[in-house]
Design a protein around this ligand. Structure first.
Ligand SMILES: NC(=O)c1ccc[n+]([C@@H]2O[C@H](COP(=O)([O-])OP(=O)(O)OC[C@H]3O[C@@H](n4cnc5c(N)ncnc54)[C@H](O)[C@@H]3O)[C@@H](O)[C@H]2O)c1
Ligand SMILES: O=P(O)(O)OC[C@H](O)CO
Length: 378
């Protein structure tokens, strides 16, 4: 491709060159964008820029010629029409402080690719972005879904959802972030989309734990199913649409993360189940397992709104070393001896579910001027 052709392509920046940032950069470049990655380490920026490889995070993957990289943030952000963020959630705030002055003159959409909450505040990443950049929330979007980086880097067909409170922003990002192997849907339920990505990590840690112990498919299916109930109850209590949790950012991501040995959260859980202590697991993981840092703030938030999360509670006990991983299975729902109905706390899977859902849908349409908000729409 000539320099002229390349310079006419829409410019986007990706901040963070780990496995997901680099994969998303490839998705964007393969979709026709001129991509500049920001890598913290100069040697990684050099490898992507010169060798079109990121051998540490994506071994065996050739990156597109239109993917560039620098360790100078200002270079990466210069002229970017969209900015994508993919660094560990606990490091986002400090990095945004450096990003802010560099994008103050643009109204480029800011897209979170991350799936964690800030440990200290319990805030979702879009909330941290809004605080630190002081920008209109309609400019912020989040991407989520069953998106194991290495599979997408290998160009295996995958779907994702882009959420923003602004339909226009969600669509602009979805149009840019798609190509022949990566299909993006849109919704306006940022809360549900973000919490789906955070919460499935915690259930994937639980699955890893029981896998490490040696339990089989019944146990795992029970945890996945009841885990989805916990995820839905929690997210809905914070204003999410239940449909979002049944979509790509909820059930879809839960299936992918719980089933795949590529998942770092699942892997961390498996090591715990095999008897490794939390500190040893952290040492063995050389990539980000967001679930480990999200457990405590999520449980704190759950307590604040009165939502029960027995599976996540037990993950925390295993992480803290106060529960033997073998004991996780008998407590799948509650320690209460009274048999419970198989329903979510907000009643959506029980008798009142249909009525409750139709009320939600009516409210949803009212809020969106007659358009439905949730659900993954192409
Ligand atoms: N890997 C996936 O399959 C995948 C898929 C979807 C979403 N995500 C989410 O994307 C986010 C990033 O995950 P990842 O998989 O790319 O992680 P990773 O561990 O592969 O890479 C993290 C990157 O952030 C950099 N980094 C670490 N600390 C930093 C700091 N203090 N400041 C700046 N940069 C720092 C690392 O050097 C590395 O380049 C996470 O929230 C994760 O949940 C990951
Ligand atoms: O490797 P994990 O556990 O961070 O999961 C990666 C993605 O979130 C899967 O969608």
């Amino acid at each position: 491709m000539s320099r002229r052709q390349e310079s006419s392509r829409p410019r986007v920046a990706v901040v963070g060159a780990g496995s997901w940032g680099t994969t998303f950069g490839k998705v964007l470049a393969d979709g026709g964008a001129h991509v500049t990655m920001w890598a913290r380490r100069p040697e990684l920026a050099g490898e992507i820029q010169e060798g079109k490889r990121n051998s540490e995070y994506l071994p065996g993957i050739n990156l597109p010629r239109d993917m560039h990289a620098t360790h100078h943030l200002s270079e990466a952000l210069e002229g970017a029409e969209q900015v994508y963020l993919s660094i560990p959630s606990q490091a986002v705030r400090q990095n945004l402080k450096a990003v802010r002055p560099l994008i103050s003159k643009t109204d480029a959409p800011i897209v979170s690719l991350m799936k964690g909450v800030e440990r200290r505040t319990g805030l979702r990443m879009s909330q941290v972005i809004e605080q630190e950049l002081g920008c209109d929330p309609a400019r912020i979007a989040v991407a989520s879904g069953p998106n194991l980086a290495l599979e997408i880097a290998r160009e295996q067909p995958t779907a994702a959802v882009i959420a923003s409170i602004s339909q226009e922003t969600a669509e602009a990002v979805a149009r840019r972030a798609r190509n022949a192997y990566f299909r993006t849907f849109v919704n306006t339920d940022v809360i549900g989309t973000e919490f789906g990505g955070v919460l499935k990590n915690l259930i994937a840690v639980a699955i890893g734990i029981v896998d490490g112990v040696g339990y089989g498919e019944n146990t795992k299916a029970s945890i996945i199913t009841r885990g989805l109930v916990e995820m839905t109850d929690f997210a809905v209590a914070f204003g999410a649409q239940p449909e979002t949790l049944q979509g790509l950012a909820g059930l879809g991501d839960l299936i992918a993360t719980c089933q795949s040995p590529l998942s770092r959260n699942n892997t961390a859980g498996r090591l715990l189940g095999q008897g490794y202590r939390f500190d040893d697991v952290v040492k063995q993981m050389n990539q980000t397992a967001e679930g480990l840092a999200s457990v405590a703030p999520i449980l704190q938030l759950a307590r604040e709104v009165g939502v029960q999360m027995p599976i996540v509670e037990q993950v925390k006990m295993v992480l803290d070393g106060t529960m033997n991983p073998r004991d996780i299975a008998p407590h799948l729902t509650t320690d209460d001896d009274t048999p419970q109905g198989e329903r979510t706390q907000n009643g959506q899977a029980g008798g009142g579910g249909a009525l409750w859902r139709s009320i939600q849908r009516a409210l949803d349409q009212f809020r969106n001027g007659g358009r439905g908000a949730a659900g993954d729409r192409p």
